[in-house]
Write a protein that binds this ligand. Structure first.
Ligand code: DGL
Length: 271
């Protein structure tokens, strides 16, 4: 019989964004199996209401528990901002939940920057979750945040490293609000896919921080602390689910995992 240690890590996002974190997890914890859910039927989350995202997140959490997840990572800033505290209250006695916002705030606080920029979806930015987190942990840090809603549809449509994405990125990052920042937090798990273009805008002069590696390291710490690390005795396959099939999800997941040969299933959990 399989022990809890050998059960998979549940990870979810609205689409491909969470794959950036899932990929970092596999690099740091290669013996852990993943069960990933991309809610492509509801993408993008960033322009949805808090209530809608909470409902999606609850249903996905149930799905991941049905698939034996030993821990659930909300690999989406919009869902972390909207649903993390509610899911912890509702599911905290059954499963460990982790968000992608708190580990990044902890990481940045250590750096003692005086002025930090945050970009993210409308949902994440209007929730004020980053500002509130910095205010609690490092009130002396000046935080400026900017919603950059075109970036997720742009990435999901495959506009990366081209003139269109360059123009959009340049237009957002030229906002005066962001002048003088020492660090820019990519407050959306999709944005690591355009991280180089963003760093290039700043001539690689500022610290561009994404959640992928920071969250994967935090996850390893939590697994170790709770004695949940997989012993590697029964390596199981990573499984990927989407609520609606898209070529793009398959392409990006294939780029990140299993030499392109991913186990992808459409799970129509909304009907
Ligand atoms: N990758 C997600 C985030 O971190 C979701 C973006 C979206 O679906 O709008 O916010």
């Amino acid at each position: 019989m399989s022990s809890i240690n050998n059960r998979p890590l549940g990870v979810f996002d609205s689409g491909v964004g969470g794959l950036t974190v899932a990929h970092a997890i596999k690099q740091i914890l290669p013996d852990e199996a993943l069960v990933y859910f991309g809610d492509t039927a509801h993408l993008p989350y960033g322009d949805k209401s808090e209530g809608a995202i909470v409902n999606y997140s609850r249903r996905i959490t149930d799905f991941l528990l049905e698939h034996d997840a030993k821990l659930i990572l909300i690999a989406c800033n919009s869902a972390s901002a909207s649903a993390y505290s509610i899911l912890r209250k509702e599911y905290g006695n059954r499963v460990i939940l982790l968000d992608v916002i708190s580990p990044v705030i902890e990481y940045i606080v250590e750096k003692k920057y005086s002025r930090v920029g945050v970009i993210g979806t409308k949902r994440t930015i209007t929730s004020g979750t980053y500002e509130a987190g910095f205010k609690r942990k490092a009130p002396e840090t000046g935080v400026v945040s900017l919603a950059t809603p075109l970036l997720v549809p742009m990435i999901e449509e495959g506009f990366i490293f081209d003139d269109i994405s360059n123009a959009i990125i340049r237009s957002y990052l030229s906002d005066k609000k962001l002048d003088g920042i020492q660090s820019l937090v990519l407050g959306c798990t999709h944005y690591p896919l355009i991280r180089n273009q963003i760093s290039k805008f700043y001539n690689f002069d500022i610290d561009v921080v994404d959640s992928a590696r920071v969250v994967a390291l935090k996850l390893r710490h939590i697994l170790e602390k709770n004695k949940l690390i997989n012993t590697g005795e029964e390596p199981t396959e990573d499984r990927f689910f989407v609520s609606d099939y898209t070529d793009y999800f398959e392409k990006i997941a294939g780029m990140f995992f299993e030499g392109g040969n991913i186990n992808l299933t459409v799970a129509d959990i909304w009907n």
